[in-house]
Ligand binder design. Structure first.
Ligand code: GLN
Length: 409
């Protein structure tokens, strides 16, 4: 059976959930903020809740106000005149959007290429839809290389080409990348695009961290490269854009021949996304430009990143400097713990990074996510060198976390 093994194993988010950790443990694990969405965004949800229609079903495509707000922002980003009726699909978080694409397009045994490490949700979502994940490595920088950045995680394009077979239906591109923080360069995306065209692949471009890019780097949607619009569905997340991960509002943008079947899948999975928070998301996207919201927010995240990595520098810890997203990979390969340390069943029998992250949470009071969760079982060894720390937190919390992590020295 396909639906065995990793796809049905307990997910890392529930193992390292705050509920299982000491109450005063600082959460740098699952990526959600310890600050609220902007007030002017929340106000729109409030207004919707105070109307009757705001509490009822939306159109399965998403509320028209939100689709128009998406068009306003993404016409510019994608260089198109998006059709709000046929090219935009509101989803219940990016997860459900991606799941719907798999449901709409995968036939049994279809192969889906993903770069490894991959956001953990891809694997079960592909497997539940009877697809077969195929992994192509993002090669980590050599273990002895100092001052590595997310750009030092590299793709061997011959390896990518060799992974394509007549059964390959789709490739998932994730930029800015979770968990590495890599922002794919134009050159890399062009090479991926060439392979996608050569093998006639559908591209799922997971761009949920599109608003978080640092060091003057540029986020490039692969859909904007020549010949790519027709074969690409781009995935976005209001949770990341507006510090609202629990809203479960996201959206897909793509050509009608991709969005129409995906709409059919979305309609049967959730029917529609929740209504009042679609109104909030609409207000967010409508006003973001005049408020310079994303520019300001991006600067705040860059500062948060710097506080965390400068702390790691002072402690002499090795990490990958992320150029996008809100995660830092810390090298934990030299961390040791007492042999008799009590580990719960959920982390026993997983990679050593599960035990390392548990030990750090229990002993030092900072949670993180073991990176082998983002690798298939056979490649656990590569991922277990790293723990992922999230910096979507206020500066004081990050400073306090760095203090506590002195114990890693
Ligand atoms: N994307 C978030 C993270 O990587 C949360 C994962 C999820 O969907 N459970 O931390």
């Amino acid at each position: 059976r396909l639906k065995e093994g990793r796809a049905l194993a307990q997910d890392v988010w529930s193992i390292f959930n705050a509920a299982n950790l000491p109450a005063d443990c600082i959460n740098l694990g699952q990526g959600y903020m310890n600050f609220p969405p902007p007030q002017w965004v929340k106000d729109a949800a409030d207004e919707a809740l105070n109307t009757t229609v705001g509490n009822h079903y939306s159109h399965p495509k998403g509320r028209i106000r939100l689709r128009q707000a998406i068009k306003k922002r993404y016409d510019k980003i994608l260089g198109r005149d998006l059709d709000v009726e046929t090219e935009i699909q509101v989803t219940s978080g990016a997860n459900e959007g991606q799941y719907s694409v798999f449901t709409a397009f995968l036939d049994s045994g279809d192969e889906v290429i993903m770069f490894e490490p991959y956001f953990d949700q891809y694997l079960p979502s592909v497997v539940f839809n009877e697809g077969k994940p195929v992994y192509v490595p993002l090669h980590p920088p050599p273990a002895d290389m100092l001052n590595t950045t997310s750009n030092d995680w590299t793709i061997d394009f011959e390896e990518l080409r060799r992974a394509c077979t007549p059964r390959t239906k789709m490739i998932i591109v994730n930029t800015p990348h979770n968990p590495v923080g890599k922002v794919f360069t134009r050159e890399e995306l062009e090479k991926i695009a060439d392979i996608a065209k050569e093998f006639n692949l559908l591209v799922m471009s997971d761009e949920v961290y599109d608003c978080l890019v640092f060091d003057g780097k540029e986020h490039i949607p692969i859909a904007t490269l020549p010949g790519m619009w027709e074969r690409t569905v781009s995935v976005y997340s209001c949770g990341k854009a507006f510090a609202a991960t629990g809203w479960r509002v996201g959206y897909l943008i793509g050509p009608e021949h991709i969005i129409a079947p995906t709409l059919a899948a979305c309609t049967r999975i959730v029917f529609c996304s929740n209504s009042p928070l679609q109104e909030a998301a609409a207000a967010g996207l409508e006003q973001a430009e005049e408020r310079h919201f994303f520019e300001k927010q991006n600067k705040e995240y860059e500062e948060r990143r710097n506080v965390l990595v400068e702390g790691f520098d002072r402690l002499g810890l090795k990490y990958t400097l992320p150029q996008g997203s809100y995660f830092v990979l810390l090298d934990i390969s030299s961390l040791h713990w007492p042999e008799d340390f009590p580990f719960p069943k959920s982390v026993q029998g997983r990679g050593r990074d599960f035990r390392a992250c548990w030990f750090i949470a229990m002993e030092l009071g900072v949670s993180s996510i073991p990176v082998s969760e983002f690798y298939c079982e056979e490649h656990t060894e590569i991922g277990e060198r790293f723990a992922r720390f999230s910096f979507c937190k206020d500066l004081d919390t990050l400073k306090q976390a760095v203090e506590r992590l002195q114990g890693l020295k």
